[in-house]
Design a protein around this ligand. Structure first.
Ligand code: ATP
Length: 428
């Protein structure tokens, strides 16, 4: 059977992936775990999310589905932060007999949950239409993520994936500062990058794989396959771990991006890959955010932002000029695209004009008045117009991204990019 779970945590603690790891260990009493658990990131713009909008799915071969359901429900009741208004857990159970029937239905549901906005009623009516076993708590919003995670499990071959090794803290330490040896994270990165990524942010000298909140996660190593994330994790020195899980995940795949032809199609709470021409010089606004508009052929415009947390990425964005042709990816909220990646396709030619230089003495000539041309005061030489110089743009066309410390979970890091038609500049 497949078990999907979502929405068990609050800002004060817990994490649905911890419950997934716990259940994975406990449910072995009722059967065999069939494949790696899934950590599925859903629409990153959803306001109900606690942090990263994650849902979890497990797959178990069992002859005791009723016992499994009872166990999962009791663990959710015990661990979920029900007191938090935003916590509305959901669990979905799909029996083997229903796999084929539900595969296409939940494939579309997954796609929609990652890219679009779903009403709770839609999840509930799907559950009743197909007679799916489920348990929703409070308003049951978690059923949305739980169904989507089951859709991912039923369609494993249909989506790009990466892996994350998650290490969890001993319960007595939850909520206290994490004891970690910082140097070991840099060492793990040095020895396993580019097979792993986003362990540290070298330029900003930060460890990015250790959360700061009260949740049970000690660290999470992201990478290409289970072996490399395990190797990196083995190099980390930190406080004792209660348990671990290696998740197969849609993190780092760009699964959230919708390609659009026209900027007129763009809506808030969705994420896009779009192309346009920079239509004004980027401005730095209060708070250090850098904003500029792009325009498409039909003259539709959208503001694009490199917010302050994107740190050094803003230096590149400030160099853009009207006429530069770009393709951007990111999420749209309040009519502004939060940039995750930029492909600078072509740079506009920029010119600077200067008074002509006297061929005899080498000094700049002076204007002789409007439409009167230019004249060297000393030698009397004359010229009709200013000289145009092309300004050298001190960066190249290519693919650029925000640094690891500002990465969105779903954004595909450039270290995974396979394109050979363009220069790729992975941030580290
Ligand atoms: P957790 O660790 O508990 O999963 P989180 O940061 O991942 O924390 P949730 O607490 O799961 O966030 O909150 C997200 C809520 O939004 C869930 O109830 C989920 O079912 C719901 N949700 C996810 N994707 C969508 C979507 N596309 N449309 C509407 N609701 C969604």
């Amino acid at each position: 059977m497949i078990i999907g779970i979502d929405d068990t945590d609050s800002n004060e603690g817990m994490c649905t992936t911890y419950l997934g790891a716990l259940l994975l260990d406990e449910l072995r009493a009722y059967g065999n775990v069939e494949t790696l658990p899934l950590l599925i990131r859903l629409n990153p713009t959803i306001p109900y999310k606690t942090r990263g909008n994650a849902a979890v799915a497990l797959k178990l071969k069992t002859s005791y589905p009723e016992k499994v359901i009872a166990h999962v429900v009791s663990r959710i009741e015990e661990f979920a932060r029900m007191e938090c208004e935003k916590t509305n857990p959901g669990a979905v159970f799909i029996l083997e007999n229903d796999y084929e029937k539900l595969k296409p239905v939940l494939r579309s549901f997954l796609e929609k949950a990652v890219k679009d906005v779903i009403e709770i009623e839609e999840a509930k009516s799907l559950i009743s239409k197909f007679g799916i076993s489920s348990k929703g708590f409070k308003n049951g919003r978690g059923l949305i993520g739980a169904l989507a995670a089951c859709g991912a499990m039923l369609n494993l071959a249909e989506w790009d994936h990466t892996f994350e090794y998650l290490a969890y803290r001993q319960k007595k330490n939850w909520g206290t500062p994490r004891e970690i040896e910082k140097g070991s994270f840099f060492e793990a990165d040095r020895k396993t990058y580019p097979e792993t990524w986003d362990t540290v942010d070298l330029k900003n000298r930060l460890i990015v794989c250790v959360p700061h909140s009260a949740d049970p996660v000690l660290f999470g190593i992201r990478g290409k396959n289970p072996d490399t994330v395990t190797k990196a994790a083995s190099l980390i020195r930190a406080e004792p771990v209660e348990r671990l899980a290696i998740y197969r995940t849609n993190q780092g795949t760009d699964m959230h991006l919708i390609s659009v032809e026209s900027l007129a199609e763009i809506r808030d709470m969705h994420s896009y890959r779009l192309e346009g021409t920079v239509s004004a010089v980027p401005k730095t606004i209060h708070g250090g955010h850098v904003i500029f508009p792009i325009r498409d052929e039909e003259r539709n415009e959208i503001d694009c932002a490199a917010f302050e947390p994107t740190k050094n990425f803003r230096l590149l964005i400030r160099k853009l000029r009207p006429g530069d042709r770009v393709a951007l990816s990111g999420s749209v909220n309040s009519g502004t695209l939060n940039i995750e990646k930029i492909e600078i396709k072509t740079l506009a030619s920029l010119y600077r004009e200067e008074n002509p230089v006297c061929p005899t003495c080498g000094k700049h000539m002076k204007s002789s008045g409007q439409t009167q041309g230019f004249r060297c005061k000393k030698c009397g030489t004359q010229a009709t117009s200013k000289i145009k110089y092309e300004i050298k743009r001190n960066f190249a066309a290519g693919l650029y991204e925000v640094p690891p410390c500002a990465r969105r979970h779903l954004a595909k890091p450039l270290v995974r990019e396979q394109r050979s038609d363009i220069e790729i500049h992975p941030a580290r």
